[in-house]
Write a protein that binds this ligand. Structure first.
Ligand SMILES: C[S@@+](CC[C@H](N)C(=O)[O-])C[C@H]1O[C@@H](n2cnc3c(N)ncnc32)[C@H](O)[C@@H]1O
Length: 202
């Protein structure tokens, strides 16, 4: 969709071609996303650090869920603007309530976004989005911008997360990103024993 100024809005659609997981993660399982146990293998503080938001940067959390990470980013970077994007309105309501309760004015929760971003975060999202959404992540990057893509490693045995046939191995993930026009590199990090950490740019 374009407005009178020719700006494009990215709205959600239902083309999930290429997605590895048959269904998206339901808002009915929100409590799992808020589980403090996640900190042991996907530490929020480290994710905020890896994202490396530049001063005054615009950040897109693609598939933000309950806002666990988007809210932490907004809090850590008061000068940044964070858009928490998700297709499930139940999640967007939760994020808005939490932002309000925390007094955070630099975060917006929406099912659409405009413009480009210096940083995009996609955590536990790659295996459930289609190829068109990976292209949308690419198109959302400002010149020089980077996407931090963290997801369950489907190439290892894990006690948590989706079954391996619903997750990507590292080579599969790199191939999918490359096919959508993103150059990605693994950024191995010992604090993520069950996930791969990729940094992607245009
Ligand atoms: C497993 S949850 C992860 C949520 C959050 N990133 C986290 O790690 O706590 C996946 C999220 O991606 C969202 N999602 C799935 N497909 C999407 C799409 N095409 N566009 C935006 N969000 C999507 C789901 O609604 C869900 O909130």
């Amino acid at each position: 969709m374009s407005d009178a100024h020719g700006h494009h809005d990215h709205h959600h659609h239902h083309d999930r071609t290429g997605a590895k997981q048959p269904e998206i993660f339901s808002h009915e399982r929100a409590a799992m996303l808020d589980d403090p146990a996640r900190e042991a293998y996907a530490p929020t503080e480290r994710i905020v650090e890896l994202l490396d938001v530049p001063p005054g940067g615009r950040v897109l959390d693609f598939g933000a869920g309950t806002g666990r990470y988007a809210l932490a980013i907004a809090k850590a970077h008061p000068d940044a603007r964070v858009v928490a994007y998700d297709v499930q309105p139940e999640f967007l309501t939760m994020i808005r309530d939490r932002a309000h309760a925390a007094g955070l004015a630099n975060i917006e929760a929406a099912d659409a976004y405009q413009g480009t971003f210096e940083r995009v975060l996609a955590i536990n999202v790659l295996h459930e989005i289609g190829d068109a959404d990976i292209a949308a992540i690419r198109n959302a990057l400002a010149p020089g911008g980077t996407a931090l893509v963290i997801d369950w490693d489907g190439g290892i045995e894990r006690p948590v997360g989706p079954p391996n046939d619903h997750a990507h191995s590292i080579p599969e993930a790199l191939d999918r990103l490359q096919a959508a026009g993103l150059r990605a590199e693994e950024r191995h990090d010992d604090r993520f024993p069950y996930h791969f950490v990729l940094i992607a740019g245009r």
